[in-house]
Write a new protein. Structure first.
Length: 103
């Protein structure tokens, strides 16, 4: 577990194209499926600066990024996109539309 934590989080090997799995290097550019990322601009745990480069490194047209502006009343902004009233009204419909478009 420690090795995975070091390679993925501290060294950012996957996003940098330096992660090896089964003797092969893997990177965002090798992803072959549509991928949706939702980021809260007020999130200090996974801020846009940590998510956007990953989506931008994916093959063109496969990565989609939805930004949530954060909201008051949610104690931990990292969870606001899941439980906030604005997220339910604004973000989740976009997530469902994206999922429908993939079908």
């Amino acid at each position: 577990m420690r090795e995975i934590f070091e390679q993925l989080y501290r060294e950012n090997r996957f996003c940098r194209g330096l992660l090896e799995i089964g003797g092969r290097r893997v990177a965002p550019g090798a992803i072959q499926v549509p991928t949706l990322a939702v980021v809260n601009v007020a999130d200090e745990i996974a801020p846009p600066a940590s998510v956007t480069p990953f989506v931008e490194a994916m093959p063109k047209g496969l990565g989609t990024l939805i930004e949530h502006q954060g909201e008051g009343g949610v104690g931990l902004q990292h969870l606001a996109v899941l439980v906030g009233p604005k997220a339910h009204a604004e973000v989740w419909p976009r997530v469902l539309d994206w999922l429908d478009a993939q079908a």
